[in-house]
Structures are given as C-alpha cells and as structure tokens.
Design a protein around this ligand. Sequence first.
Ligand code: NAP
Length: 311
Amino acid sequence: MNRALFYRKFGLPEQVLTLEYADKSSLKENCVRVQILYAPINASDLIPITGAYQHRIILPQIAGYEGVGKVIEAPLSYQHLIGKRVLPLRGEGTWQSLVDSPAEYAIPVPDYIESKIAARAYINPVAAWLMIKQFLPKGKHILVTAAGSDCAKLLCKLAIKFAALSVTVICRSDNHAQYYNKYAIKHIKQDDKQTIEYFARQADIVFDAVGGELAETILAPDSSEFVSYGLLSGAFFQPKKRLPKVHWFHIRYYLNQISQHQWLKMFDDIWPILDVNDLNRVSLFKFNDWQEAIKTYRQPYRNNKPLLTFD
Ligand SMILES: NC(=O)c1ccc[n+]([C@@H]2O[C@H](COP(=O)([O-])OP(=O)(O)OC[C@H]3O[C@@H](n4cnc5c(N)ncnc54)[C@H](OP(=O)(O)O)[C@@H]3O)[C@@H](O)[C@H]2O)c1
C-alpha cells in the first residue's frame, strides 16, 4: 500500500494536499522503485502547488521534488542498486512512501553521506552549483540575499571555493551568524538599507531569492549582474533606475540541457560540500503529520529544515 500526498487542484498546500492510500501499479520499464526514507519541505516544493507554474503542470500530481530512499525493485541492468540508497529524481513526486523514477537518473548515495543530508542534496545544492557554474564568481564581489536559506549558504561556500574576491550576505535573522563567521563572510542586516546600498554598489554579481523591496534597494545602484532565483518575500520587484542585467534562474532550464553523464558527474562535486554542521538543522515529522511539517516550514526565523520521515 502506497501513501501519497496528492494535489488535485491548485491552492494553498495546507488546503489542497490530501493524503491518499492506494496500491502501487506495476513498475514501468527502465524505472526503479524506491522506498522513501526522508523527504524535505522546501519552498520549491510548495510553490508549484499554489499554481505558480500551472501552465506546465498537469493535475493530479504528487507533491515533492526530492528525497532519499532504498531501491526495492529495479530493471535487469540496474539490479546492483537493489538495497542501495539513491535519490529518486526527475520522476514521480517524492512525498509518497514508494517512488518510481527513471533508473538512469537515480543518484547512488555515497556511504559517508547521512540519509538526512542526502534527502536534501538536490534542489538547493544543484541550484547553487548550476548558478555558480553559470555566473562564475572568480575575482568578483558577490552579494547574496536570504542568507538564512540552505541555498544561500551553499552558494556562498561554492563562491569561496571558486575564488570569489569577496562574499557578503544579507540576513533577515541573527540565527546564521555562526555559519558566516566560520567562513569569514561579512553578514549585514536586511533592515540596514544604507549598508545594503553600499555593498550593492560594490557587487559584481547579486544572487537574490527575496525579491520585493529588498531587490529594489539592491537594484537601485548600478549592480552589474542580478540573478533572481526566488521570491521569498512573495513580492515581485521593479528596478527604480536603469535596468541592470537581470537574469531569471530556474533549475529546470539548465537540467534539460545537460546529458545523463553530466547529471551523474555533478553530484561528485555536490557530495563534498554537504556538511551536516553547515546546513540548517533538521526537524523530523512523521509523514502522516505533514500538516505540522508545513506549519513549521512557515514559521519565520525557524532556523531548521522540516523533513518528512517514512516508517
Ligand atoms: N530557481 C530555482 O531553481 C531554485 C532552486 C532552489 C531554491 N530556490 C529558491 O531558493 C529560496 C530558498 O529556498 P530554500 O529551500 O533554501 O529555503 P530554506 O532553506 O527553507 O530557507 C528559507 C529561509 O530563508 C529566510 N527567509 C524566508 N523568507 C525570507 C524573506 N522574506 N526575506 C529574507 N529571508 C527570508 C529564512 O531564514 P530566517 O528566518 O532565519 O531569516 C528562512 O528560514 C526559495 O526562494 C526557493 O524558491 C530556487
């Protein structure tokens, strides 16, 4: 019996998601069946449920884009994966106990990576990795907003690794100072407009996931490259002065362009940057308590990442 969180119409996830029990149909050719251990709650999981991308989503859908689990069924050429932990990506929604996903895209998890970390190895790390590869930070001053998010933390780590001249972050809460101090990254407060304007003028590349007023403050000076990859404030933005180079980043634009080999290789770079001490700590919720998990996700200044567990 499979348990799955479906949405059959668009709307507030708390209202439109329903937990449904059903037998799983037989496994499609070239897919693996994975018994899920953990799946996180990310902004990227909740936004599509609201209907933000309804032009390309056909209902009904099972929610969730990432997670980790053990392979329980596989085609002949992937029998070696049986019993192994993988990320079942680019197939069905992951907020269900049994996920079928294309065998060629299943990512084996190295033994040294904890399952609670592996469950979060896709959306944010891959987005951060792709942005850094696209907008090379070498020799540049980097400014990053929404510094409390895992994606921002990974972006900063990668920017340093790839020789950025300086990295400065804008934090809404004080919860993340320890992390940024550890990497000698300057952190400024989101309500400190004057300092933000100063660093915005110095920045060569801005990575923004907040949008709204903060994006407008940063865009007012002549920042050279502005990468918008999220709108956590829920508000769009209008540049006040001349339009700098604004880039709209979405992970799916890039994934369609990379080969299966590049897809698998990318994770060789990603595993070593996933340090349990650096990412937001985990709060565990039984899958049946998914509403509580989303409620926790919505709390401002939460400083943790809700993770659904499947017994
Ligand atoms: N475009 C893409 O392909 C792509 C891929 C991955 C992620 N994203 C985007 O990346 C962003 C972060 O995702 P995530 O999963 O990393 O989030 P997360 O780890 O769940 O972190 C969210 C954190 O960001 C901070 N935050 C929330 N609202 C904020 C606001 N209005 N202003 C400033 N800070 C705010 C909060 O930290 P404090 O409460 O401590 O301040 C919150 O804990 C989202 O916008 C998501 O859509 C985009």
